[in-house]
Design a protein around this ligand. Structure first.
Ligand SMILES: Cc1ncc(COP(=O)(O)O)c(C=O)c1O
Length: 439
């Protein structure tokens, strides 16, 4: 019997007891290879000694001092680091405890920015289908993940959504990639014009879509076109890098791949590496300057938490010292090659994709047509169970396409993984796929 309301109340979860490096152990002693860092969280693996020591030291020195009264050194240091990475000296960082809060903060920043600029009617946030920006009401309102929206039963705001940049399924026969990118980016302009350009506040998207689509990176040129359209209409671009940022794709911010920069970027997951609940909203100098002049009405009890930010600083130090961005690029390529070698011929693998240490297998009922599974909505939970049985932590999800369900398995391993972990992962995945599709 439990007194906990579980995430999925009908599931019986093993009790995690300890973790080290690439593995989590449950109370029965069973070991699980963590190939998704939970949900792209544990970027340094488990029990990284320097981060553990930094957290311990900070708790002893200063566990909490409310930000209404004080600032603290860890948040100052971490903000300096993020602003440097963002590449705009006037930028600022605001620290919360999770991705949803970081996106809610981005929305509050956006609306207050427009109010301060004398355009309070700019309220509409345009987003994309098959996106997830969090479970709080604002963040879920701008999410295009229909399953999560429906399941929440919440009275959500309904704003325009455009198609994602998902060439594998969205590109028409005979359409060049450039034309495709023009067409899907152009949907933003159409949506802005339809909503009324002086009523639109911002556009939000994940530069590399995580769990909602299964690691789908924007095609080259897409984000630059998005930047240009936002600039043309004066609206803000928010890049949700909660899953794909913090080095996961081999650059600190995922948007760097396309040589463009948003007005606001949100980070979570890897920024605290799982050692503390931590998220950040980074806003460009233009927006920060306006809010610093006009004021900013927002806040939570735990913003800028010293221990969370101390963990964040320590994660950054390890990232630099161990050269983990370069390692992510190198091992990401190796991992991508291994997944191709092992699964490209599998009858139920329709696509293998990703960037850096952010990868996914898309699963289909028919490789020729790319058709998904009729009544396949339960496949992600089933795949997760099979993986856990095999001692593998991965992150299954999926979408509806033409009335069938297309599942995927997302992999976002700690950046410290070695060749042996990739092999072990591939062996275990092969068992999972056999068991799932032989049945
Ligand atoms: C892209 C993206 N945005 C926002 C969130 C919400 O973050 P959190 O669960 O920390 O609130 C998630 C969580 O998975 C995410 O993947």
């Amino acid at each position: 019997m439990t007194s906990v309301l579980y995430r999925a109340p009908s599931v019986t979860y093993p009790k995690a007891l300890s973790a080290r490096g690439m593995y989590i152990r449950d109370e029965s002693g069973k070991r699980y290879l963590d190939m998704s860092g939970g949900a792209a969280v544990s970027c340094l693996g488990h029990a990284q000694p320097d981060v553990v020591a930094a957290v311990r030291k900070q708790v002893g020195a200063l566990a909490f001092a409310h930000t209404a009264f004080f600032t603290n050194e860890p948040q100052e240091r971490l903000a300096r680091r993020l602003v440097e990475r963002f590449g705009d000296p006037g930028a600022r960082a605001y620290f919360t405890s999770g991705g949803s809060e970081a996106n809610e903060t981005a929305l509050k920043i956006t609306w207050q920015y427009w109010s301060a600029r004398g355009e309070p009617d700019r309220k509409i946030i345009i987003s994309r289908e098959h996106s997830y920006h969090g479970n709080t009401l604002g963040a879920l309102s701008v999410s295009g993940n229909d399953a999560r929206r429906r399941a929440s039963a919440a009275p959500l705001l309904d704003w325009p959504r455009i198609a994602p940049c998902y060439a594998h399924r969205g590109r028409r026969a005979g359409e060049s990639m450039e034309d495709y990118v023009d067409r899907v980016a152009g949907e933003l302009e159409t949506a802005i014009l339809a909503a009324g350009p002086d009523r639109v506040a911002a556009f939000i998207c994940e530069p590399v879509v995580g769990s909602s689509l299964g690691v789908v990176a924007a095609e080259p040129g897409y984000l630059q076109r998005i930047r240009a359209i936002c600039d043309r209409h004066g609206i803000l671009w928010i890049a949700d890098e909660i899953m794909c940022g913090m080095g996961r794709t081999g650059t600190f911010f995922a948007f760097e791949h396309d040589g463009s920069r948003p007005d606001i970027a949100t980070l979570a997951k890897g920024i605290g590496g799982g050692y503390q609940p931590l998220a950040a909203t980074v806003l460009c100098g233009k927006v920060a300057g306006t809010l610093e002049a006009s004021g900013f009405a927002h806040g939570h009890t735990y913003i800028g938490h010293p221990v969370a930010c101390a963990a964040g600083v320590a994660v950054q130090e390890v990232l630099d010292r161990e050269g983990l961005l370069a390692r992510t690029r190198e091992y990401g390529q190796r991992f991508g090659r291994l997944l191709e070698e092992r699964f490209a011929g599998h009858p139920n693998v329709g696509d293998i994709r990703g960037r850096g240490l952010f990868r996914a297998l898309e699963l289909v009922a028919d490789r020729e047509t790319g058709r998904g599974f009729a009544d396949g909505g339960r496949l992600p939970a089933h795949l997760m169970r099979l993986a856990m049985d095999a001692g593998l932590i991965c992150y299954p999800g999926g979408i509806e396409v033409d009335g069938a369900f297309v599942p995927h398995i997302m992999l976002a391993p700690p950046m410290i993984l070695e060749e042996s972990h990739m092999q072990e992962c591939a062996d275990k995945l092969a068992v999972v796929l056999d068991r799932a599709f032989d049945a």
